[in-house]
Design a protein around this ligand. Structure first.
Ligand code: AHZ
Length: 309
């Protein structure tokens, strides 16, 4: 029988295989025209399973105590993760996304159109992450495809060694503690694989998992089957008297209100992006994304204030 290998610390990138054997790193050009002799390096199926599961469960173990949990990896959550991870490489940041594909509504600009509009001064964020844009006039810029923005920010966030994205994972509840004055403070989140979360009605005994963290940043978007999750849960727990409810579309008031209003709503819970419109009764802005990225900048700033205290 095969001896089980000792679990070693997993480096993020390596050019040398774990067994230490040096391999020649071919280029794509060197492979050209060599297909008759072509052969993949051999592998045993269990090596594939172990390569995935060992890392996943080691990450679950590592991030069970996180410094920050960001709920929702839409345009606001990803921007928050980027700013926070860049400013504080020492913080352990768990990014929880219910969908298999992170990005929320930012894969398209609006309706089913490709281009993404950002009002100035949010163009600063595009320059920060290196996304090219067309400068329209003094007031706004256009990215040729929303997916260019989303894939770029996603790639930057995933490259940070201090961020772990748990996608296909839903936050099902908040972990709270009673404060001395009878209020509540956040102490983390309750999670489950989204496919499990969706079957609580027809399966039994599917208890969740937990992540402890002193700061939870919720960016789950406006109300919907999964949206405005933390705001709604806070209301049902009595931590917030009622939802303000998102109001009709007004680009000019909506974007300023979301950015300025991004704040710690309850001790340990920062809410940003369109989820905040449900808390504050703010207008929606429709297909302009400047407020989402700058709300992410502000959410990160609010979190840093807590750590710097
Ligand atoms: O899957 C959701 C999406 O990717 C995820 N999410 C929601 N509930 C969750 C839960 N656990 C884990 N319980 C959850 N993940 O959160 C993400 C939210 O992304 P979004 O794009 O919906 O929100 P945003 O605030 O980042 O961006 C909003 C974009 C909008 S909506 C709008 C309008 O309606 O007028 N205008 C803009 C720019």
């Amino acid at each position: 029988p095969a001896k089980s290998a000792k679990v070693a610390a997993v480096p993020h990138t390596t050019a040398v295989p774990a067994n230490g054997a040096a391999t020649k790193q071919e280029t794509i050009e060197e492979m050209a025209g060599q297909w008759s002799d072509f052969r993949f390096a051999p592998i045993r199926e269990s090596q594939v399973s172990r390569a995935m599961t060992r890392r996943y469960f080691s990450d679950l173990d590592k991030y069970a105590e996180s410094d920050v949990v960001i709920v929702g990896a839409g345009s606001c959550g990803l921007s928050t993760a980027y700013c926070l991870a860049k400013a504080r490489p020492d913080l352990k940041i768990a990014l929880i996304e219910a969908s298999v594909s992170p990005g929320g509504g930012a894969w398209l600009g609006g309706q089913l159109f490709s281009a993404m509009v950002m009002r100035k001064p949010a163009d600063a964020f595009l320059r920060e992450i290196g996304v090219p844009y067309e400068d329209m006039d003094a007031n706004f810029v256009v990215v040729k495809h929303a997916a260019l923005f989303t894939s770029t920010i996603l790639s930057k966030v995933l490259h940070f060694p201090n961020v772990k994205l748990f996608n296909a994972t839903a936050v099902e509840d908040l972990i709270t503690r009673k404060t001395d004055d009878g209020g509540i403070r956040l102490a983390g989140v309750v999670t489950n694989w989204t496919l499990v979360s969706m079957h609580h009605d027809d399966q039994s005994c599917m208890d969740p998992n937990t992540i402890n963290a002193p700061i939870v940043i919720s960016t789950t978007g406006h109300d919907g089957p999964f949206g405005a999750f933390s705001a709604k849960r806070l209301v049902s727990m009595g931590g917030l008297p009622a939802l303000g409810g998102m109001r009709g579309l007004d680009m000019n008031t909506a974007e300023d209100a979301i950015v300025k209003g991004t704040r710690e709503i309850a001790p340990g819970l920062i809410i940003g992006g369109m989820e905040l419109s449900e808390v504050d009764g703010a207008n929606r802005m429709g297909p302009t994304f400047g407020a989402m990225v700058l709300s992410g900048v502000k959410a990160a700033e609010e979190a840093l204030k807590v750590f710097d205290q």
